[in-house]
Design a protein around this ligand. Structure first.
Ligand SMILES: NC(=O)c1ccc[n+]([C@@H]2O[C@H](COP(=O)([O-])OP(=O)(O)OC[C@H]3O[C@@H](n4cnc5c(N)ncnc54)[C@H](O)[C@@H]3O)[C@@H](O)[C@H]2O)c1
Length: 343
C-alpha cells in the first residue's frame, strides 16, 4: 500500500454513528472511482483504491482532499476531512485492494476487454459473498460476466456524476445475478447515503440515460427545425421543468398538476402527447391499461385526499429552491433582466 495509507478501522478515532463499516475496494481511481471512494469513506467504510497508473495514484489524495474540503465548507459532512481521508488507502495491485472487501466497485474505462479482464481476476480473488459491481454507463453486466464462474455476483451499479452529489445509483442485475447479492447491494448503497433503484431488465442506457436521451432527442430536433435556440431550450429547462424535476419525478409532477391526479392529466393531455410522439415517428400511446397501472402506483404513494397537501408541499419546496439559488446560482431570465435594468 502506498504513501496514502489507511485501510483498516482505527477504533476510538472515528464517529460513533458511522464507523467502522466493512471494507470496500474501488478498482480504477479516475473521476468516478475517486468519487465513489469519497461516498463510502464518508459513510464510514474503509476503502482501498487500486489504479494501474502511478500518476493517478499520486493525484488521488489531493483530489479527495479538495472535494472533501468543499463538502465540509458547505456543511455537507460533519466529520473532519482528515478523519475521512484516513479511511482511504491506495494501491497498485488488485489483490491488495481486496482484503476483506464486501464490495468491489469497478471504475475502469468503458472498454469491454478491460472490464472482463478485471472481473475475471476479481472472480478468482474474492469470496462468493463479495459483490462485484461495475460502474459501466453502457456495457451491460451480462456482457462483462459472460462465461465467468462468478457471473452470479456481478451487477452494474451505475452512478450519476459525481456520485457524492447525485445519490442515484442504478442497480442492473443479469439473469444470473443472485437475489441475495442484489439485496445486499441495495442495502449497502442505501447505507452509504445513496438512492438505489433496481432496473429489472438490461435495457441500453438503463433509466438515467434513457430519460435524459428522450429530452435531448427532442431538444436537438427543436434546434434543427428552427423552433428555438439552444439558450432558450436551456432556459425552459432551467427556469421551468428543471425546477420541479429537482425534487419530483415526471410522474409526480403531472400528478400534482391536475385536479384528479395523473389519470385526469392523461385524459386531458394524452392525445396531445401522442400527436407530438407521432410527429417524431414514435408510437407509444398511453393506453387505458397503462394509465390505470401508473395511476394505481401513484395512488399507492399518494391518496387523492392528500393531494391538496402535497400541492402545498410542492409550492413550499419551490420557494425553498428559489430562496436557495437566488443571489448564488444561475438566476432566472427575469432575475437577469431585473439585474441589468438595475445597473
Ligand atoms: N464520467 C462519468 O460521467 C461517468 C458516469 C457514470 C459512469 N461512468 C463509468 O464509470 C467508469 C469509469 O469512468 P471514469 O469517468 O471515472 O473514467 P476515467 O478515465 O476518469 O478513470 C478510469 C481510471 O481507471 C484506471 N485504469 C485503467 N485501466 C486500469 C486497470 N486495468 N486497472 C486499474 N485501473 C485502471 C485509469 O488509470 C483511470 O484512473 C466507466 O465505465 C464509465 O462509463 C462514468
Amino acid at each position: 500500500m502506498s504513501e496514502f495509507p489507511l485501510a483498516g478501522p482505527r477504533r476510538g478515532t472515528a464517529s460513533r454513528t458511522t464507523y467502522p463499516r466493512a471494507p470496500v475496494a474501488v478498482v480504477g481511481g479516475g473521476s468516478i472511482g475517486v468519487a465513489f471512494a469519497l461516498v463510502f469513506a464518508k459513510a464510514g467504510h474503509s476503502v482501498t483504491i487500486m489504479d494501474a497508473d502511478p500518476q493517478r495514484r499520486e493525484a488521488i489524495p489531493h483530489e479527495l482532499r479538495a472535494k472533501l474540503e468543499l463538502l465540509s465548507a458547505s456543511g455537507l459532512t460533519a466529520e473532519e476531512p482528515d478523519r475521512i481521508i484516513r479511511r482511504v488507502g491506495i494501491t497498485s495491485t488488485v489483490r491488495e485492494a481486496l482484503s476483506g472487501a464486501i464490495l468491489v466497485q469497478e471504475c475502469v474505462p468503458e472498454r469491454l476487454d478491460v472490464k472482463r479482464r478485471i472481473f475475471s481476476e476479481l472472480g478468482d480473488l474474492t469470496a462468493p459473498e463479495c459483490i462485484l459491481a461495475s460502474s459501466s454507463s453502457a456495457i451491460p453486466a451480462s456482457r462483462i460476466a459472460a462465461e465467468m464462474d462468478c457471473d452470479d455476483r456481478i451487477i452494474v451499479a451505475h452512478p450519476g456524476n459525481p456520485p457524492f452529489l447525485l445519490p442515484i445509483i442504478e442497480l442492473v442485475p443479469t439473469e444470473n445475478t443472485r437475489s441475495d447479492i442484489l439485496e445486499k447491494s441495495r442495502a449497502l448503497y442505501a447505507g452509504a447515503g445513496m438512492s438505489p433503484v433496481i432496473v429489472e431488465r438490461e435495457v441500453e442506457g438503463f433509466l438515467f440515460n434513457r430519460l435524459q436521451g428522450a429530452v435531448l432527442r427532442e431538444a436537438y430536433a427543436l434546434v434543427r427545425d428552427g423552433v428555438a435556440t439552444v439558450e432558450d431550450i436551456d432556459t425552459v429547462m432551467r427556469d421551468g421543468l428543471g425546477r420541479r424535476w429537482s425534487f419530483m419525478g415526471p410522474f409526480e409532477t403531472v400528478d400534482l398538476n391536475t385536479h384528479g391526479g395523473i389519470s385526469a392529466h392523461a385524459e386531458k393531455m394524452g392525445p396531445a402527447y401522442e400527436r407530438m410522439g407521432a410527429e417524431r415517428g414514435q408510437h407509444d400511446p398511453w393506453t387505458p391499461d397503462l394509465v390505470a397501472e401508473v395511476n394505481r402506483q401513484r395512488r399507492s404513494v399518494l391518496a387523492l385526499e392528500d393531494w391538496e397537501d402535497r400541492v402545498a408541499w410542492r409550492d413550499r419546496r419551490l420557494i425553498d429552491l428559489i430562496t436557495a439559488i437566488s443571489g448564488t446560482a444561475t438566476p432566472s431570465t427575469q432575475e437577469r433582466e431585473h439585474e441589468s435594468t438595475e445597473r
